[in-house]
Design a protein around this ligand. Structure first.
Ligand SMILES: Nc1nc2c(ncn2[C@@H]2O[C@H](COP(=O)(O)OP(=O)(O)OP(=O)(O)O)[C@@H](O)[C@H]2O)c(=O)[nH]1
Length: 439
């Protein structure tokens, strides 16, 4: 789990809400106190914690409970939204040719993250190359080269040469035919002026499209100082917080992001090259709060016909992408919106006849689909028809699954798409479809 300790304490705090009979000022104060304690123990900055608790209290007691929502759900939704407010939007690093410069102190996880990033783009069908400009730490060259070799990623470095700027200059020429170029730079034990000068010099020749600051999830308040210093010298486009798996407190790095008005691009959740996730604030907070279905809670507040209606609209008109399908499978898994949608459709009450277990998609299947889709490009997810045999091979390799797994996902998608079109004509046999899908 991501940030175990904070997650567990936040979840305990919210459980109090579920247990208490009434939501009054006393309950809200108690829950807010527990949340404060949880955040402070995880190194979140005091000022942020105080501001956030003030907002939660004010909103929980003053805002009207949206219709269809219980007072308890109302408070949980406010906590969720205020946590999202702290971390803000994420940085979206697009899937296109670009140069990315990595910045950070020694041991933050920069080298590992450089390889993870290359892997991330490789899985998305782009050709990455990595340049090692870390001429400070003796083992850095070998570490990065070994990682790249294992991943079959192009690598440029000059072992033993201390001229980082020259290496970047020559490296860029050498790897210019690659799509995404990741430049790993050196760190220091602490923020030293020669490190800042080195970053400025490398920045001047690399002219990177993105500058990612790598912060160790375990550091405390020093994170803000680092973020500020690098931001002032070369400017930071986004932050990668590493080591958020397991016991990392994470709050120091999260506070740094909030204080410096930067945003998170990726999080590192393990030591292997695949353990890098694109940062999605809502998913992150939902996981932290242990509430897979928090989204449906939010949607409930925005009334039955919010975003969901748009999805139904797009499905009904046949524009049913793999992304739509995944979203719906997730909902199905939670016995959520899909069931309501089916019951809303003009099928003569057909929805009511569907056996309950038909709405369940096994967690394993969902997990496999997610892994497969992580290895697809945006374009492929929007238009699965592009996926021919060579792309199937690439997706299978990138996800560690088989070609049959990819074909199964595509077949499943096709069936769902046909089903959606059938809904439109009103001539669709739901039970037959469910059977075909092995549900
Ligand atoms: N558990 C876990 N470990 C990580 C993660 N990211 C990096 N590490 C580990 O952190 C340690 C330091 O990572 P490096 O990538 O070598 O650090 P660095 O920032 O490149 O250090 P310098 O090259 O000296 O600047 C290594 O043992 C990595 O395996 C992560 O997301 N989770």
């Amino acid at each position: 789990m991501v940030m175990d300790k904070l997650g567990n304490s936040l979840q305990d705090a919210l459980k109090k809400l579920v247990k208490s009979g009434r939501i009054d000022e006393r309950t809200v104060n108690e829950v807010v106190k527990d949340i404060q304690r949880a955040l402070l123990q995880s190194d979140v900055n005091v000022k942020l914690v105080m501001e956030m608790s003030k907002h939660i209290k004010e909103r929980a007691l003053k805002e009207e409970v949206p219709s269809g929502m219980s007072p308890r759900e109302h408070v949980i939704r406010i906590v969720y939204q205020e946590l999202i407010n702290i971390i803000g939007e994420s940085t979206d690093v697009p899937l296109k040719p670009q140069t990315i410069m990595m910045i950070g102190l020694q041991g933050s996880g920069k080298t590992t993250t450089s390889a993870k990033l290359a892997r991330y783009f490789q899985r998305k069908g782009l050709k990455p190359a990595v340049i090692c400009a870390d001429t400070f730490r003796p083992g850095a060259y070998q570490q990065l080269k070994t990682l790249c070799d294992k991943l079959n990623v192009a690598f440029y470095g000059e072992e033993g040469n201390p001229d980082a700027v020259g290496i970047v200059e020559r490296g860029l020429k050498e790897v210019q035919k690659y799509d995404v170029i990741v430049v790993d730079t050196a760190g220091r034990h602490s923020l030293e002026s020669d490190l800042i000068v080195e970053m400025e010099n490398i920045h001047a020749v690399a002219k990177p499209d993105y500058k990612l600051l790598v912060l160790d999830g375990a550091i405390g308040q020093q994170a803000s100082e680092q973020a500020r210093a690098f931001n002032e010298s070369v400017g930071i486009s986004g932050v990668v917080i590493t080591k958020l798996d397991g016991t990392a407190k994470g709050g120091g790095a999260l506070s740094a992001v909030s204080e410096t008005n930067s945003s998170i691009a990726f999080i590192g959740v393990g030591e292997t090259p695949n353990d890098l996730e694109r940062f999605e604030p809502d998913r992150f907070i939902s996981r932290l709060l242990g509430m897979g279905d928090i989204k449906s809670l939010i949607e409930k507040a925005e009334e039955a016909l919010g975003d969901e209606e748009l999805d139904v609209q797009s499905m009904m008109t046949g524009r049913f992408t793999l992304k739509d399908m995944y979203k719906q499978l997730e909902s199905l898994n939670k016995m959520g919106p899909m069931k309501q949608i089916m019951q809303m459709l003009p099928l003569g009450g057909m929805g009511a006849k569907i056996p309950e277990d038909a709405y369940q998609v096994t967690g394993d299947k969902l997990q496999r689909y997610r892994v497969l889709m992580d290895s697809m490009t945006e374009e492929e997810m929007l238009n699965p028809r592009l996926i021919g045999s060579s792309r199937i091979k690439r997706i299978a390799m990138g996800s560690g699954c088989t070609g049959d797994d990819v074909r199964e996902l595509l077949k499943y998608h096709k069936m769902m798409q046909t089903a959606m079109k059938g809904f439109r004509g009103g001539k669709f046999n739901m039970q037959k479809m469910m059977k075909k899908m092995g549900m």
